[in-house]
Design a protein around this ligand. Structure first.
Ligand code: BDR
Ligand code: CA
Length: 310
């Protein structure tokens, strides 16, 4: 099994990503760390607890991390995810408390304690917690197996500004730290996630997958509205589950090892992932940037795994 830490701002698509990980025996989720993003930190933390309880996995520790970006005011996305971040299905308030300690301290301690190269970080939100850990404890960088993150865009450009994707835009300084850390990176950008769209048939398959599948369909039913109205998409892009799907089935994806830099200065393009897809610079590659996905393969994997959560 592969040991992972999920750093997240749930968010319906984060929640589905967490469920996919918890349902997959190939992965051992050491813990979940919450960050401010789609909604403020108190909500992302309690949403993460709710999702673990939904999966019957209150044994997985959830810790709260940074409540705001490194150098900016927090920008949230209630216009996409609703007021709670998990609109679309009513889940009971969590009974499990948050685990003790700050998420960033726990990430550092865990990477130092686990064997070198054995832990993969899976950030599904702004990169504030991860960057803070790397800055505070530079010794952890060579011990991290890989960082597999959802963020950025190349051909699809932006979803929160014309130039930037939400997770990178919210904390570009944090993203820059991560992209310059030297840790092997896999990036699942909008170019991929806008290809894994829910449809009526795919939502119906979730519903047939049982109790947890019904909740997932409730979330995607809500989450779809934004993309249908905004982009005329058929359904909702399942951004964050693509991180977990890549870990489970990298054969469903294809991409290139390229250089990616983060724009932090320009007010117009702040948070842009400047991705050298065509290799026009001599900057060294720092990321496996994914460009394509087998969407049907992705949805069969996801539905099959959700059905395992009884
Ligand atoms: C990303 O932003 C959030 O709204 C989603 O949860 C996803 O992580 C997509 O741009
Ligand atoms: Ca997210």
């Amino acid at each position: 099994t592969q040991k992972i830490i999920i750093d997240t701002d749930p968010g319906q698509d984060d929640a589905v990503g967490i469920l996919l990980a918890l349902a997959s025996p190939e992965l051992e989720v050491l813990g979940i760390t919450a960050v401010a993003g789609n909604v403020p930190l108190d909500l992302t933390a309690s949403n993460a607890l709710k999702v673990c309880e939904l999966a019957g996995r209150s044994d997985v520790p959830v810790r709260a991390g940074c409540d705001r970006p490194l150098a900016r005011d927090l920008v949230t996305a209630e216009h996409v995810h609703g007021k709670t971040g998990l609109d679309g299905a009513d889940l009971p308030d969590p009974v499990t408390p948050l685990a003790d300690g700050h998420a960033v301290d726990w990430i550092i301690e865990t990477i130092r304690a686990e064997p070198e190269g054995s832990v993969t970080l899976c950030p599904l939100g702004p990169l504030t917690n991860i960057a803070t850990a790397l800055t505070r404890a530079p010794d952890i960088a060579p011990r991290i197996a890989r960082i597999v993150l959802m963020g950025g865009a190349y051909f699809e450009v932006g979803n929160i500004t014309p130039a930037a994707e939400f997770n990178i835009y919210v904390d570009p300084e944090a993203a820059q730290t991560v992209f310059r850390s030297g840790v092997p990176l896999t990036v699942l950008p909008l170019d991929v996630t806008h290809k894994v769209l829910t449809t009526q048939a795919r939502n119906a398959a979730f519903r047939r997958a049982g109790r947890v599948g019904e909740v997932v369909a409730g979330w995607t039913g809500f989450f779809e509205r934004f993309d249908k109205e905004k982009y005329g998409s058929e359904g909702a892009p399942l951004h964050d589950p693509s991180v977990i799907a890549w870990l489970l089935r990298p054969d469903l994806f294809s991409g290139r090892e390229i250089n990616v830099e983060i724009e932090v200065d320009s007010p117009l393009t702040r948070g842009m992932t400047v991705a050298d897809w065509w290799g026009v610079t001599d900057r060294a590659p720092n990321a496996l940037f994914i460009g394509d996905v087998d969407a049907d393969g992705f949805f069969s994997l996801l539905t099959e795994r959700i059905a395992r959560l009884k």
